[in-house]
Design a protein around this ligand. Structure first.
Ligand code: CU
Length: 121
């Protein structure tokens, strides 16, 4: 009885977690884009980037690594982040705990305009 209840609780928690994560999924595409390019989330939400392309990409939000200053910015209180190289099929997650606007880019395709934005309310 208790075991069954515990199992049901765990299943519902897991289902809830995956439903939330799916709300903020961004694809890294063969067209050298982040899709959708802009996502608006709430403080504490997690964004999941999935490399659905055949190319290697990165999710990089670090002004020190950007060729153009416009391609990377984040709120002063937030820490820069960088996924490293994501091969085809790879996934990267980041939870946003500081509200504000984040401009990020792909290290390999910044010059092709592969940039994205996360707005954290
Ligand atoms: Cu890329």
């Amino acid at each position: 009885m208790l075991l069954a209840f515990t199992f049901a609780l765990m299943v519902s928690l897991l289902a809830g977690a995956s439903a939330r994560a799916a709300d903020f999924t961004v694809m890294l595409t063969d067209r050298l884009t982040f899709a959708p390019r802009t996502v608006t989330i709430h403080t504490g939400d997690e964004v999941v980037w999935k490399n659905t392309s055949s190319a290697v990409h990165t999710v990089t939000c670090d002004p020190r690594l950007a060729a153009s200053p416009n391609d990377a910015s984040l709120p002063p209180a937030a820490k820069p982040f960088n996924s490293g190289f994501l091969r085809s099929g790879a996934v990267y997650r980041h939870r946003f705990t500081v509200p504000g606007t984040y401009h990020y880019f792909c290290l390999l395709h910044e010059s092709s305009g592969m940039t994205g934005t996360v707005v954290v309310k």
